[in-house]
Design a protein around this ligand. Sequence first.
Ligand code: TGC
Ligand code: FAD
Length: 397
Amino acid sequence: SSVFNWLDPLASNKLFTQEELAIQETANAYCQERMLPRVLDAYRYENYDRKILEEMGEVGLLGATIKGYGCAGVSSIASGLIAREVERVDSGYRSGMSVQSSLVMGGIDKFGTEEQKDRYLPGMAKGKILGAFGLTEPNHGSDPGSMETVAKPHPSKKDYFLISGSKTWITNSPIADVMLVWAKLQSTGKIRGFLIDRAACPPGTLETPDIKNKNGLRASTTGMIQLDECPVPKENMFPSIEGLKGPFTCLNSARYGIAWGTMGALEDCIDRARTYALERKQFKGNPLAKYQLVQKKLVDALTDAAYGILAATQVGRLMDEGRAPPEMISMIKRQNCDRALANARKLQEIFGGNSVSDEYGIGRHVANLFVTQTYEGQSDIHSLILGRAITGIQAFA
Ligand code: TGC
Ligand code: FAD
């Protein structure tokens, strides 16, 4: 019909197939019925329930775009819609899923040997094997090319490497069974990917301490990966991918998911702020929603969310046709994270003092969205990636 629907202002739902809409509905039902009731406690007590990944596996949400190995094999749009539904509840839950699905399963699917795929993907799709992705180091975040983690030949076992170094701010590391760690081969100085099984590491060679007392993303688990001459068999290395192209190919898919997810978080902020503004009365019994300045905050946020969804949809379709260069993904990751954060901060004002209570959920989204703007390439880094594409001049260093 030609009636305006504030829940889908630019009618983006018309761009999705019936199958994609059905997947979104399944994800929405799981997230609203089973995740949402846990999030307040999870966030308050920094308590991530690893069963959530198992449940997501049962619903078919993990590694959803991968074909075979027990994965659903859905379109990039459907995977975006899943991220949107999960992050509508909490960015931390989407984070745990992104790492499992895009960064680790995606990496294995793209770069792993057939044996590695068979070994990990079916268990990861069910959420029985949990993954973490170790790229960032204490001294190298935006500039992972300078990483210090190194893989050198084992002195006595010829089919093994010894890996040493430390990774920090790693989502899921304290609970992960397998860690995809990027390290430089001592012999070539080139970055390679290694699958490190926690259970196979001798005592003292692998530690994954928690990073506690975070002021954002508290419903997800974050930690370090500390490797001290950890023996890793050669068969656990990705066979041919070399250089930053390896980790960045995984990141393309995760950054795309964040562009969708942050729109889900923003939509939840809009929904909460609208409800609050209609119920809360100030000055002569008027609801806050009657005031023009309040309405403008809702309009700005809704417009940015609607535009963000359309842009992500366009990039998703192009990805499935193999026609989405990384710069497109930088553009939607940066824009959607920035707009979600700025609008969520504005909408938070509508709650007045109550915004300070965690019961209202808005402060949680604001704190989370700051993290989404920071990880997987801070927004200014994506500005530089795009600036290089526009001018041909590299401004990083
Ligand atoms: P640069 O010279 O630009 O590139 C080096 C090599 O990498 C290739 N490459 C890409 N390949 C595929 N996709 C991309 N997006 C790629 N970007 C670069 C490039 O073609 C080149 O290949 P080759 O074969 O010629 O060697 O590299 P640089 O060192 O100048 O990089 C600069 C910069 C800023 C682009 C890059 O380092 C960057 O993006 N930094 C941000 C770091 C980052 O995103 N870290 C993410 C850590 S993981 C994480 O945050 C997970 S949070 C997950 C969650 O909880 O949800
Ligand atoms: P820095 O690189 O020190 O940057 C600090 C500031 O300086 C930023 O604003 C940046 O934009 C700016 N800056 C840096 N260089 C330039 C430049 N050349 N020009 C202009 N400005 C510049 N990493 C993983 O590998 N795996 C994970 O699972 C993971 N999960 C995370 C979970 C959480 C909760 C958090 C907070 C981080 C996570 N990260 C993860 C790390 C994340 O990717 C990094 O924090 C991010 O890439 C930024 O690196 P940094 O923190 O070292 O900041």
